[in-house]
Design a protein around this ligand. Sequence first.
Ligand code: ASP
Length: 337
Amino acid sequence: MDNKKICLVHTGGTIGMTRSERGYVPKEGYLSTLLEEISDLKVDGMPEYDLYELSPLLDSSNMAVTEWNRIGEKIASLYDKYDGFVILHGTDTMAYTASSLSFMLENVKKPIILTGSQIPLCEVRSDGRDNLITSLLIAASGEVREVCLYFGGKLLRGNRSMKVSADGLLAFDSPNMQPLAEAGINIRYLPTVPPPETDLPFEFCPFSEVPIGVLKVFPGINFSLFNVVIAEKLKGVVLETFGSGNIPGEGNALLPIIRSAFAAGAVITVCSQCPEGTVSLGAYAASSELVSAGAVSGYDMTTEAAVAKLYYLFSKGYSKEKIKELMETNLRGELTK
Ligand code: ASP
């Protein structure tokens, strides 16, 4: 591990924040002074790293396409120079950014690990110290060469991860896939199915600003209120349905909307509100018509991954038929069919 060099990119988030009268805020240049105080970062066995700070540092609730592209671009510009990457990021939208990077960075063959903390490094009980140190060690080990997220002792596939606790220190999970590794006394890498292999060279595909929407159905939803938005304004829609893909009213109120949205070039992906398990269109009458109307199954994809994948596929300029086909295809280990 001695010669390994890691690129540490600071994007903002709690881990590097400082106290202010308005609550915690990001502060330019502050993280390097915090890192200076962690003597363990310099002990034998720790990889060397260079710190890059993005500007402006952001609370991750303010991140979207522009910021994902900025992070992706930074990694792409330094890809050949480093053995691995650790991205410090706010926890609120970390799973979205991890999902987005997993698609926009094509043919990744190096570890790219997002991490952060629930308590800032400047506080005594910060969880940031372990999250950072373990992420650096995992990145340097080169054992897992894909976009992942390390938090609270678990290394998760980035596009399978979700934030599951607003205030717990074990804040992330990947309910539809076991962790890639667990960090207890030792770091234990677990046997998992890797993302589809490719021999193609690394490439960066920035996202375009595509109108994407997420609609969570609920008992009593009046679909007609969403008609114009779904059928005329959006290119990609993630429908968060009940259970295995069920829609109230046996989906009937939604069918004409889906049909006209599809005719207008939109792709509607059916995901589940349940964190665990898969969508199975056609298992009940309540979902069987959705497919014939033009919707696609998101299988066991998280909403975060489905949103990121829609951005990616529309940014590639594919036709809606191709996007439909690829939404149901495992591209980066994001779904199990
Ligand atoms: N609001 C913060 C953020 O996502 C929360 C955190 O980092 O834990 O940037």
